[in-house]
Design a protein around this ligand. Structure first.
Ligand code: DAT
Ligand code: MG
Length: 137
């Protein structure tokens, strides 16, 4: 199988809390390679494309508002099985129950908001990765 690529985002909460370096350090220590990286303030249109699968869900509008609240760091990351591997590093969606040792489990918490602020995004399949990388890069 050829080496994979994935889209990682350090979301606005991660950037605002000064955790970009910590998150990049975890990715680098795991052994994955940065191919491209940029600070992005995404438009609503870009976010609507990125989160199309969630349109109509109760957290959709709060999610877009949160993602427009400040810059994100977009990362093109590569390595064998990096899609699965980064999702494992990130931990599960809900930061309260995400396992200690993961980015979300160690650095995230519930803030009582309508959308979970969980620091990072990682593509969930090869199809998502190709689609999302074309949206952010
Ligand atoms: P993930 O980011 O783990 O792939 P997802 O794609 O299901 O999770 O959802 C996108 C984001 O939306 C997620 O990172 C946080 C938020 N979210 C998901 N489910 C939620 C829920 N039930 N309540 C509040 N926010 C939610
Ligand atoms: Mg997802």
């Amino acid at each position: 199988m050829p080496t994979e690529e994935t889209l990682v985002l350090v979301k606005p909460d991660g950037v605002a809390r000064g955790l970009t370096g910590e998150i990049l350090a975890r990715i680098e220590r795991k052994g994955y390679s940065l191919v491209d990286l940029r600070l992005v303030e995404p438009s609503r249109e870009r976010l609507a494309k990125h989160y199309a699968e969630h349109e109509g869900k109760p957290f959709y509008e709060p999610l877009l508002e949160f993602m427009m609240s400040g810059p994100s760091v977009a990362i093109r990351l590569t390595g064998d099985r990096v899609i699965e591997g980064f999702r494992s590093l990130a931990g599960t969606t809900d930061p309260t129950s995400a396992a200690p040792g993961t980015i979300r489990g160690d650095l995230g918490r519930d803030w009582g908001l309508k959308v979970q602020q969980n620091l990072v995004h990682g593509s969930d399949s090869q199809e998502s990765a190709a689609r999302e990388l074309s949206i952010w890069f």
